[in-house]
Design a protein around this ligand. Sequence first.
Ligand SMILES: Cc1cc2nc3c(=O)[nH]c(=O)nc-3n(C[C@H](O)[C@H](O)[C@H](O)COP(=O)(O)O)c2cc1C
Length: 351
Amino acid sequence: MTDDHTVYNVNRDYEWNYHHVPCAEVHGNPDIAPIPGNWTYAGLPVASPLAMSAGPLLNSRWIAYYAKLGFDVLTYKTVRRCKRDSYPTPNLVPVATGELKQAHTEIECSDHMDHSWAVSFGMPSREPVVWQEDVTRARESLRSGQLLSVSVVATPEPSDNLHDIAEDYASCAKGAFASGADVVEVNFSCPNVATRDGMLYAQPEASLEILKRVRDSIQDRPLLVKLGYISNPELARHWVELAEGWAQALVMVNCIGTKVKTREGDPLFDGEPRGIAGQAICSAVKDQVRLFRSIIKERASSLRIIAVGGISSLQDVHDHLETGAEAVQIATAAMLDPLWAIRVRREWNQP
Ligand SMILES: Cc1cc2nc3c(=O)[nH]c(=O)nc-3n(C[C@H](O)[C@H](O)[C@H](O)COP(=O)(O)O)c2cc1C
């Protein structure tokens, strides 16, 4: 794959991309057309429903770049209580697949990018003293009407129990708010990490204990919970019931986890699953948002949904907002086209 039209250089590793940040000025002075309406994010007023999800924004310089290109919520890539290196390259591998509707199938990689890829970073992080100072810089770079969200995850030791994991999430969330975050997103759903912190969304009882501890440490600040792929209505109901007292919104879907093989049939990533992002998951995400919204409506719950996964057109944005999502988050489409939000705004305003 070439990197002709991506600003994130997929042929380089995470460290290289951390230090090589594009400059918004190369795009001239683009017109950021307003999106009419009263928008909120986790209940906070915001200028538009267009958010960048956790991932492409590696640090404050990446945040300042996309904040000038039409996104009003910027999510700082997931941080931890300690330094963690990225998985080795390749971190982003294009895949050849139609719509993915279920997890744990096996798909083939592709030699060209057709809007979907396997994501393999393992949630790298700087140490807290570094990311906290940088979160402060990121917040300072935003304009009025824009919000900074920080994604956090725990880093359990093999001997840690649920109480330790909850403390870990709570201290990261507290540190993010103390550094200037408007919103914190707890990541319960990284399909690239086969540990308890990666798959918490499938364990609602454990998640509830963590949410209670996080809520206690951040008082009434806005909290989002990022979930993985859920098609089981019972699990969806369980999540709505448990989250409504503790979080402002559920963010769905992180990615859909599958194994990936080469075109010759050999396993990639040591045969471990990786999260698939991009258009291949668009339809599954729409189904999941509809499922959760129907449960929320039935319960007359105030819990909000933020949609993420495969959103690539104005129609996708409208579809999610019509279903009742509070806002939408974008990763892949904005990486492939940094001017994505500017184009969507223009189209939105066309008669
Ligand atoms: C380059 C990249 C890095 C990502 N890193 C994270 C991360 O650190 N934390 C997280 O919660 N999700 C991460 N994700 C998942 C995205 O936030 C998003 O949920 C997923 O890519 C689906 O959205 P999309 O189809 O618009 O890409 C990452 C995705 C990409 C493409």
